[in-house]
Design a protein around this ligand. Structure first.
Ligand SMILES: Cc1cc2nc3c(=O)[nH]c(=O)nc-3n(C[C@H](O)[C@H](O)[C@H](O)COP(=O)(O)OP(=O)(O)OC[C@H]3O[C@@H](n4cnc5c(N)ncnc54)[C@H](O)[C@@H]3O)c2cc1C
Length: 292
């Protein structure tokens, strides 16, 4: 099917973007890379009158890392550029792994982190990894900026906290602790160009004296309408030196808190079993990095 008719707008800066969104309200949609939006617009349902292309809004495409503060990624920063940022590979390994798995070269070149988040697909790869780093987002509008945790921003299947006239400006990840590690593991049947069936992101901070866990975040992906923090499992492990029994209990808790669907790709029961394997692998990798 062809794209429906729409008016194309290309603001030159953030102030113009905010006023265009305020003027056109829910008749407008932001166009970043278009790898989700333009596909969706070919089916009936999502037919905005205005597409506001943010490619010329330079303020939204920057990627900055400060060793003390952390990483700030502009909402329209291309996935490929994030992968090519040395600090991402060196300090945010789990995020690097999550982005690397998205689509193929063309999708990484066109697609943005903001688009991956705002599309709010339960199968999106970057949100679980971002949440494992405690990501915060900044939202802009003509009313000024506001901040919130990414966990609160993604509210459901294709639903975010964005209100009419608002846009995602940037994503901030605090600097990981020196003795920390992270990993993102996913499962899909085919090798590439297929969305994940189950995924898990883990961040750990270790105490090298006794190899105990000072901090741990476990985020379960594609097993609910939004990524799920495995809070009970995190509590079980925090302050402990992990052993087989404790880990088995934590994995059981992850499976219990997940809400996978039953569909033609896999049963809910199968997804829960795979989830435990993925959390175990992601934890193992993150813990090895943190303690080495
Ligand atoms: C072949 C193919 C394979 C794919 N594989 C994967 C995969 O493996 N894993 C995965 O996670 N995704 C995958 N995707 C989905 C997609 O590529 C990603 O979600 C991508 O990151 C979207 O970014 P974009 O810039 O193209 O977003 P767009 O399509 O431009 O926008 C997506 C949505 O977000 C909104 N939006 C974008 N930016 C903002 C902003 N700053 N403020 C407010 N709203 C905004 C848009 O209005 C739209 O509703 C795939 C897509 C295709 C076509």
């Amino acid at each position: 099917m062809y794209l429906p008719r729409f008016q194309y707008l290309a603001p030159a800066g953030e102030a113009e973007l905010a006023s265009m969104l305020a003027e056109h309200g829910d008749k407008a949609r932001i166009l970043a890379g278009g790898t989700d939006l333009l596909v969706q617009m070919k089916a009936p349902g999502l037919w905005p009158d205005y597409l506001i292309d943010i490619r010329n809004v330079a303020e939204l495409s920057s990627i900055e890392f400060d060793d003390q503060d952390g990483l700030t990624v502009g909402a329209s920063a291309k996935l490929e550029n994030i992968l090519n940022t040395p600090a991402v590979a060196e300090r945010y390994h789990g995020l690097y792994q999550a982005i690397e798995t998205i689509g193929a070269r063309q999708i990484l070149t066109m697609g943005s982190m903001g688009g991956n988040i705002c599309n709010a697909s339960p199968a999106a790869d970057s949100p679980p990894a971002l949440m494992s780093f405690n990501a915060q987002v900044t939202i802009g509008s003509t009313q000024g900026d506001k901040e919130m945790a990414l966990e609160d921003f993604i509210q459901g299947n294709r639903k975010t906290a964005l209100e009419v006239g608002e846009y995602l400006k940037s994503i901030f990840l605090p600097a990981p602790a020196a003795k920390s590690g992270s990993a993102y593991h996913y499962f899909r049947v085919r090798g590439g160009m297929e969305i994940a069936m189950v995924a898990a992101a883990v961040y750990v901070e270790a105490d090298l004296a006794d190899k105990s866990l000072k901090d741990i975040k476990i985020v379960l992906g594609v097993v609910g309408p939004t990524p799920i923090r495995a809070l009970e499992a995190e509590d079980m492990l925090t302050g402990q030196t992990p052993d087989e029994d404790l880990l088995a209990k934590a994995l059981g808790s992850c499976a219990a808190v997940s809400k996978p669907i039953d569909d033609f790709r896999a049963s809910a029961e199968y997804r829960r079993e795979i989830l435990k394997v993925l959390v175990q692998r992601a934890f193992g990798e993150a813990y090895t990095i943190a303690t080495s």
